[in-house]
Design a protein around this ligand. Structure first.
Ligand SMILES: [Zn+2]
Ligand SMILES: [Zn+2]
Length: 260
């Protein structure tokens, strides 16, 4: 696989999507991600930590408001300490929940974000206590997804993203086709691509970027989104941003060399 980053207009010197141990499911302190980025000669690193609201799940995998207070304090300290070496941005990956959109809007409005990434990690399933985690590798989540109709759920996921980009002031749409990535046999159908095409047109109209999330490459030998979606995005003249979605410092800017 070789995709020309220059033709997509995205910089391989900036990783726009990394997590930290603050979200509860990633390893490494913020400073360790900065040091990894420096050792890999990046010019810019943007933290994009998880914000979720009103999600019922076995263990939280996102930051509370007091976590975000610490995140910004530590981010500011690191910006000062490494100012001559690397640019550090403080962003958020906001998971959309239609029932809590007003709270999400308030939380987003409270702070100054470098990027507001829009994603949807959880869907509410009728008669279930917990939301369904669409991106989880855990066997219980994969099993639960397999028992449901992932074709219908993927359409619902895309509808949720459409609402999210309409309601929230996002700057980038994250890992578009990553939902159900661990569910065996899950494929996108033509009607999904039609929905995606419409969604991309709205994303482009809002001047939001589309993320090329390189974490897909280890999973399926293609980034999120896949090449068919990237072709649609190019037709919409979208802008692109690279993100590794690193959950450990060693994964910072993983596979960015494929885009040089
Ligand atoms: Zn995500
Ligand atoms: Zn992420």
């Amino acid at each position: 696989m070789k995709i020309s980053g220059s033709s997509l207009g995205c910089s391989i010197h900036s990783d726009n999507h990394v997590h930290t141990n603050l979200c509860g499911h990633a390893k490494g302190e913020m400073e360790e991600y900065v040091q990894a980025a420096i050792s890999k000669r990046l010019k810019r690193l943007v933290f994009l930590e998880h914000m979720e609201e009103g999600i019922s799940a076995p263990g939280p995998s996102w930051l509370s408001e007091s976590d975000f207070d610490y995140y910004f304090d530590e981010g500011e300290r690191l910006q000062g300490k490494y100012q001559d070496i690397i640019e550090i941005g403080m962003g958020v990956e906001c998971g959309y929940n239609p029932e809590y959109k007003e709270t999400l809007k308030k939380r987003l409005a409270k702070r100054k974000w470098e990027h507001i990434g829009i994603s949807c990690h959880f869907l509410k399933i009728e008669n279930d206590v917990h939301h369904l985690n669409l991106l989880s590798k855990k066997s219980e989540n994969v099993k639960r997804a397999t028992e449901l109709d992932t074709n219908i759920l993927f359409s619902r996921y895309l509808d949720t993203l459409l609402e999210a980009i309409t309601e929230l002031d996002g700057s980038v749409l994250c890992h578009l086709d990553a939902a159900f990535r661990w569910v065996p046999g899950h494929i996108l159908l033509d009607h999904h691509y039609q929905q995606i095409d419409f969604l991309l047109a709205q994303v482009a109209a809002k001047n939001m970027a589309l993320e090329i999330n390189t974490s897909g490459i280890n999973i399926r030998n293609e980034p999120f989104p896949n090449s068919r979606i990237l072709d649609l995005a190019i037709q919409h003249k979208m802008t692109f941003q690279l993100g590794s979605d690193a959950h450990q410092p060693s994964d910072v800017c993983n596979h960015f060399n494929l885009f040089s």
